[in-house]
Structures are given as C-alpha cells and as structure tokens.
Design a protein around this ligand. Structure first.
Ligand code: EPU
Length: 342
C-alpha cells in the first residue's frame, strides 16, 4: 500500500481538469494510468476513510467547491478487439481513451457505428454514465458491457446493457449507483459495414439529403457541432447544461396552442420532448451575460464560464430553471454532475 502513496498528492488544483475551468482543489489526488493501481489506491482511501471521486475528461461536471477526500483521474488506455464475427466486432476501450480520438481511430480502421457521435468531449469511461448521444445515436445503441470496480469493496464487476439501466442522458451510474464504481473499460459493438443513420433533421440538411459515407457523416457532425457548440478548449463550457424535458400530451397540446412555433417530438411513451434550448431562448436568456457567466449566443443550452466559480454557474442555472418554470410550467433538469456542494 505504501508503495503507491507517493503517487497520491495533496491539495491539487483541478482547474485544468474541468472544462468549465472552475478553480477548485482536491484534498488528495491520484492519476490512475493502469488498472493494477486501482486496488492499492482504493485501499489507501479506505484506510483513511476518504471519499473517492472519479473524474474522466471533466467535460460534464460542475465543481461547486473544493473536493474533500481522494479525486482519481482514470487515465487507463488501451484498445482491444475482443470478438469479431463476419462484419461485427466487439472492441474494448480503456476508460481513459479520449472519445473523439477513438471515433477517428475506429473510422480509420473501418470500424463503423460511432460517426454520429463525433467530437463529443470527454473520455470513454464517462460515456456510459450519461449515455452520451447526438444526431440520432446514443452510446447504448452500441454498448456491450463495461468493466468496473466497486469503490467500497474493490470488487470487480462487469455491467451488461440491462445492468446499466440506460435512459435519455441517464444510467444507473447517475442514479442508484452514483459514485459507487470506477469504470475502467467500455466494450462497444461496431461493424465493418457502414451503419448509416442520417435521420436527425440537422444532419440530413447538412448532407443535402444525399447518401453519405461514415467519414462524410463524421465530417458533417463535426461541422454542425463546431458551428453551434463552443470548443471547450477555447470557451469554458460543459456542453448541454439541461436535458430536454418530456411533458404529458395534455401539457404539450396546451403549450402548442399558446406557442404554435414551439418544436416538439413525440416519444415512444407518448410524452412530448420539448427542446430546452427553445424554452430558454424564449425566456430571453440566449446570448445574455450575468457577471462572470453567460448563455451561449448560438446554443441556449450551453452555459459559458468567463472566470466565475461553479456556484456562479449554478446560480445562473437556477435562474433559468425558475424562469422556464414560471413561463411554461416545465421543470428543467441539469445535465452535468455537481461535485463539492456541501
Ligand atoms: N433550439 C432553439 N434555440 C437554440 C438552440 C436550439 O430554439 O439556441 C431548438 C431548435 O428548435 C432546434 C432544437 O432546439 O431545432 C434542437 O436543437 P439541436 O438539434 O441543436 O439539439 P438540442 O436538443 O439542443 C441535443 C443534445 C446535444 C446534441 C444535439 C444533437 C441534449 C440535452 N442535448 O441538443 O448534446 O449534440 O441534440 O443531437 O439532449 C450534450 O449533451 O452536451 C450535447 C451537446
């Protein structure tokens, strides 16, 4: 156990490890580059009664304050083809692999399925937690299993798709099992045959309704994202700050009669999904700045930090939630996870 202690630092700044670039620190900090280090590090935390918080790429979290206990960054790399049959192949990715680098790598190899998910920030290990999705594809569509280690016991466990209880931007790791497991690897089922999905309106428009290759789809998705969504390397943000709410048919019909221009999509469960960005824009927030934080001028779903604290970002989020509730009677739910709030 003591052999790994020197790799654990104290009072480490996390500013460069969260894409909102909030200044906050970790009481204890460790970068885990190998799965072999997980058990000794968990023992270190257990022996001292430290809470363990896992970070991936830091692109979907708000640090509301300093983090007590041990923060671990999962930096485990590796790409292994586990099984390959006809055009199908199952590939295991280390949790620390960068999501978009993997999308590009798979395209280069002729392994298809990930192209609609191009340019999503973050790491592989974080992808299942919120079941990342964009342009008509969700991680759960490709998911086979993930390897995880229980923080409290050090027990290894494989989660299959059912175990993960995936939903829209949701999984068991945001609910019942929140902060209980470290995800060390994710296995996805890809295809050697192109899997073309261009039903999402913005993507179909960008491709002019024509057939496209996986590389062309990836290029189009990158282009749409670059036009609408600020690059976290340049502008501090965490992508969508709110999920798109689902409302009952009754509520939707009454809103549509009041706001005939409101976009909506009927869901398989009969409820109506309304774009949170439209609701926020209608409340007048798009492009507005409030002190050190603002609502992005091209995508009202994105909050931008201009040197403020995590709490300032959350105060703006609360103001938006309140305004949308007052105007439309809809309760928005924030998408990123919040850490360090006492
Ligand atoms: N809209 C507005 N104002 C805006 C932006 C959008 O009114 O400022 C309306 C438009 O009517 C538009 C509709 O919202 O047609 C949908 O917009 P868009 O296609 O940009 O998608 P979104 O619902 O705003 C979701 C995801 C994004 C994902 C895109 C594309 C959520 C919470 N967000 O956004 O995911 O990239 O679809 O599939 O589901 C993320 O999770 O960080 C993220 C960026």
């Amino acid at each position: 156990m003591d052999a790994v202690a020197p790799e654990i630092s104290t009072n480490v700044a996390l500013t460069d490890m969260n894409t909102l670039r909030v200044s906050a620190s970790a009481e204890y900090f460790c970068r885990l580059s190998s799965v072999d280090l997980v058990q000794p590090v968990l023992q270190f935390a257990r022996a001292r009664g430290l809470t363990v918080t896992a970070l991936g790429g830091g692109s979907n979290l708000v640090l509301a304050g300093d983090i007590k206990g041990l923060v671990v960054v999962l930096d485990i790399k590796g790409i292994d083809v586990l099984a390959s049959e006809n055009e199908r192949l199952d590939v295991r990715f280390g949790a620390g692999e960068c999501w978009h680098t993997m999308v590009e790598h798979c395209l280069d190899q002729g392994w298809y399925g990930l192209e609609n998910l191009s340019l999503i920030p973050g790491n592989m290990g974080a992808a299942p937690i919120q079941n990342i999705g964009a342009y008509g594809v969700e991680l759960s569509d490709l998911f086979v299993s993930l390897d995880a280690i229980e923080i409290a016991t050090g027990q290894e466990r494989v989660f299959n798709r059912e175990d993960c209880e995936f939903g829209y931007r949701d999984s068991v790791f945001k609910q019942r099992l929140q902060n209980q497991y470290l995800i060390t690897a994710v296995t996805l089922r890809l295809s050697r045959q192109p899997q073309i999905n261009i039903n999402y309106p913005a993507l179909k428009d960008a491709l002019g309704g024509l057939q496209a290759s996986p590389q062309q789809i990836s290029d189009a998705v990158c282009q749409i994202r670059q036009q609408k969504l600020p690059d976290p390397a340049v502008t501090a943000n965490v992508g969508s700050f709110f999920t798109n709410p689902k409302v009952s048919e009754e509520q939707a019909l009454s809103l549509i009669s009041l706001h005939p221009n409101m976009p909506w999509h009927v869901q398989p469960d009969g409820r109506y999904k309304i774009p949170a960005a439209w609701l926020i824009e209608k409340c007048g927030f798009k492009g507005q700045r409030y002190g050190n934080v603002s609502v992005h001028q091209h995508q009202a779903l994105v909050l931008v930090n201009h040197g403020g604290t995590g709490l300032e970002v959350l105060v703006l989020a609360d103001k938006i939630v309140q305004a949308v509730a007052d105007e439309f009677g809809i309760d928005l739910v924030i998408e990123p996870r919040v850490y360090g709030r006492e």
